[in-house]
Design a protein around this ligand. Structure first.
Ligand SMILES: Cc1ncc(COP(=O)(O)O)c(C=O)c1O
Length: 423
């Protein structure tokens, strides 16, 4: 009898898979608490990434964890099906009372599916159905997700190439050009629309991020957002704000568009809405856009009940008095900015610009490869930071909103050291 050796290559594949899918962080994470992550070898990292913005309230937040454990211990419904549950009702009531009503936002709430791209797809689909038109305006360096509709309005050429086919029905427009000193009136766009020879059919909607997260932390001016909102009104196009990364308090206010004083027709929310890093997404839309028949947009995981529980606990803990959270985020933002000024002054020849709002910040270098080097060195020094921008040329800081001032100082000092040591 011959004994064949077991094929162990599958295990090697698993290990290389685990270690390669790690955003350039060559380790395997195991535990996380607050703003700290720990790998399987016990190394500690300060987290300035916050689950790509899905953990605005930190890892294993004690209040949310308690709510979840209590719910599970009383055998609360755990599926994600589209059914009426007490957890869903409590979330909807709390969202109405603590988020929509105080801001006088008259939105209907829809659960489009588990993740951000589901919310974007539903927004595009709804806008097209309402207006009976195909095209959607989106902006240079925009990021809206990886499924085909979201990708069609995403500006990143590399991500678009992943589709391998032409992506249709997107109309690109330049994002706020911060440096020209004037606010666009968008008359040029309206002239294009009127010019029969331009071939431009009127779009159904415009989709915009108030701060482009994946696109390199590009901050739109409030005046520009207002001009865009006016353009949409004049031209009978719907305004969709994708608040998936910048919402839930990231820029200060609960919704990132509040400061600009605009009321988008449709808003997409995901990432930090569950508060605990669990998949959950919302599409908010004005009541007059409620054109879907029951069942016209459904899905198996549209109503993640444990996520409703943590989302409700998050709103009660942090947004019952939203102004406190807002104030704290702005203060922490000022703290980051002080460090950014110091880093810039120390590296005048290398730093191109720093920019940000609330607790989302970017640091760009003249040398496009530098951001990756800084992030890699920061990792060695125990700090998790990502890069963003079309060529990953921007160091992106996205700490939890619940980070302490000491942790923030510690991380910024590590960043300064990483910049110094990669000069
Ligand atoms: C602004 C924005 N929209 C949409 C998405 C897509 O969300 P998801 O990755 O959950 O599909 C992201 C993800 O980073 C995002 O930042």
């Amino acid at each position: 009898m011959t004994i064949t050796q077991p094929d162990l290559s599958v295990f090697e594949t698993v290990e290389s898979e685990v270690r390669s899918y790690c955003r350039g962080w060559p380790t395997v994470f195991d535990r996380a608490l607050g703003s700290r992550m720990y790998d399987e070898d016990g190394h500690e990292y300060l987290d300035f990434f916050a689950g790509a913005g899905s953990l605005n309230y930190g890892h294993n937040n004690a209040v949310l964890k308690r709510a979840l454990i209590d719910y599970l211990e009383r055998d609360g419904v755990t599926h994600g099906l589209d059914m009426s549950t007490t957890a869903k009702r409590r979330f909807l009531e709390t969202f109405q009372n603590l988020v929509l009503r105080p801001r006088d936002l008259p939105y209907k709430v829809m659960f489009p599916g588990p993740t951000g791209t589901n919310a974007v797809e539903s927004a595009l689909k709804l806008a097209r159905k309402v207006k009976g038109r195909e095209s959607i305006v989106s902006f240079t360096n925009a990021f809206h997700g990886m499924s085909l509709g979201s990708l069609a309005v995403t500006g990143n050429a590399f991500k678009r190439a992943g589709a391998g086919i032409p992506l249709v029905h997107g109309t690109p427009m330049p994002f706020d050009n911060y440096f020209d000193g004037t606010v666009e009136d968008f008359l040029w766009f309206e002239r294009l629309l009127e010019d029969q020879g331009s071939g431009l059919n009127k779009p159904a909607a415009v989709i915009v991020e108030t701060v482009q997260g994946e696109g390199g932390i590009n901050v739109a001016r409030a005046e520009w957002l207002r001009a865009l909102s006016e353009l949409c009104r004049r031209q009978d196009m719907l305004l969709i704000v994708d608040d998936i990364q910048m919402g839930c308090g990231r820029t200060g206010a609960f919704f990132s568009f509040e400061e600009a004083g605009i009321t988008p027709d449709i808003v997409t929310v995901s990432k930090s809405i569950s508060g605990y890093g669990m998949p959950m997404a919302l599409t908010l839309f004005k009541p007059e856009l409620d054109v879907w028949e029951p069942g016209e947009h459904n899905g198996t995981f549209r109503g993640n009940n444990p996520a409703f529980v943590t989302a409700t606990a998050t709103l009660e803990a942090y947004w019952a008095d939203g102004s406190a959270m807002e104030k704290q985020t702005r203060k922490r933002g000022e703290q980051v900015e002080q460090h950014m000024i110091a880093i810039t002054e120390e590296n005048l020849a290398d730093v191109k610009e720093y920019r940000g709002r609330g607790l989302v910040w970017g640091l760009e270098f003249h040398d496009k490869a530098r951001a990756g080097k800084v992030a890699a060195r920061a990792f060695e020094l125990g700090l998790l930071i990502e890069t963003s921008g079309p060529e990953s040329e921007v160091v992106k800081l996205l700490p939890a909103l619940t980070i302490t001032t000491d942790e923030l100082d510690e991380g910024m000092k590590t960043l300064a050291r990483a910049v110094r040591e990669t000069a």
